[in-house]
Design a protein around this ligand. Sequence first.
Ligand code: COA
Length: 424
Amino acid sequence: MYIKKRKLARGVAIVGAEMSRFGAFDDRITRDLFVEAFGEMRKAVDKGFDPRDIEAVYFGNAANEQFEFQGHLAPILADWVGLVPRAITRIEAACASSGVAVRQGVLSVASGVNDVVLVAGVEKMTGLSAELTTSVISLGCDQVYEGKAGFTFPGLYAAMATAHMHRHGTSARQLMSVALKNHRNGALNAKAQFNATIADLMARRIARCRERGEPAPGWKAEWDFLEDAEANPVVAWPLRLFDCSPVSDGAACLLLASEDIARQFTDNPVYIIGTGQASDHALHERPDMTAIMAARRAASEAYDMAGVRPQDIKIAEVHDCFTIAEIVATEDLGFFAPGAGGRAAEEGLTARDGPKPINTSGGLKAKGHPVGASGAAQMVEIWRQMRGEAGPRQVAGRDIDLALTHNVGATGGTCVVHIFERRQ
Ligand code: COA
């Protein structure tokens, strides 16, 4: 595959990053989540800054019209954080909305048009019934062919999982290894929707049964729980409840600055040295459902721009909207050979203390997946880890000088990959 070598016309750095708490919040709407993330991000800029220095805003949001019946969100968000009359642009690319928004922010700074840009993502998903929410999320797939055939997102990823199992022998237990790991990481992330291991959730359910005077389930280990068809029911075979990311509310914000002024904001910026984006046909039109071509192409473009290889990347946040998606991502990014991602997860290679830590934040699975915010939130974790500020889940004993994020829209119709560098 020919990929033109691209480069940024000037360097771009993240100088501040934070997110709102992710979860299901009855009392909060999109603007509240955005205000919270913006306020948290302001506190994360070491030397402080005047919000009036922000010249433009790019934010991702997938479906606010449907989730909240509110369109033209951009000026409302600008107003709520005091940024009117700055130019603010909303990007819609399904679950890759804020990954693409960050890319647009990077390009606008690299071009020289802007020096300081706010990039963000926000989604409020939990205000509708489960059925309606599922229908809204499904708008990201091809409605004419896939929607009409009855596919929902768990169904589409289940088709990918089935193909991966058939071709590579990937097992249900390997899928569950991803969920176990990501919940372990999420348990150490106070902002995660599931700030709990699967063992914690299991213990809570047992306690609940006891309180109600019902017989307590006999699970001894997390595997017993995950293999219990009642505790972990099939959503779309072979994917069960714990193979799915949850429905979530949340927002994330990052401040970008051109390389030459980044140290005015912090002595410890994180540089964005590679960005790649690609598109693909709808899932039903693809010759192969065991890989996502757009992810491979976006990764190739980003690696090329950054001048690094998959083996140079120390940690990555990848798009694990379903457990199979993480396995496919680690293969598409070149961390493991095609077909070897499931085994790698099962053997602990992607654990926090493994050779290639993946989704130390808890990933979309445990941290939560407010679709339009997820791409930006992945970078919040990278910002923390690269600066040694990830607290109890900090990857220890190695220099995290290079990191990567991988953000997928729907089943991979849009993919965006970024590569980050920390310099001494
Ligand atoms: N993983 C683990 N537990 C989950 C969960 C998930 N993804 N989603 C919900 N739960 C838990 C809840 O915490 C609750 O537990 P409790 O009874 O101990 O309190 C229980 O399951 C029921 O929650 P509820 O909200 O009623 O679940 P639901 O059946 O309405 O939704 C899914 C479950 C899997 C259908 C929903 O989370 C979903 O649609 N996920 C996929 C979202 C998606 O497609 N995103 C875009 C991807 S591209």
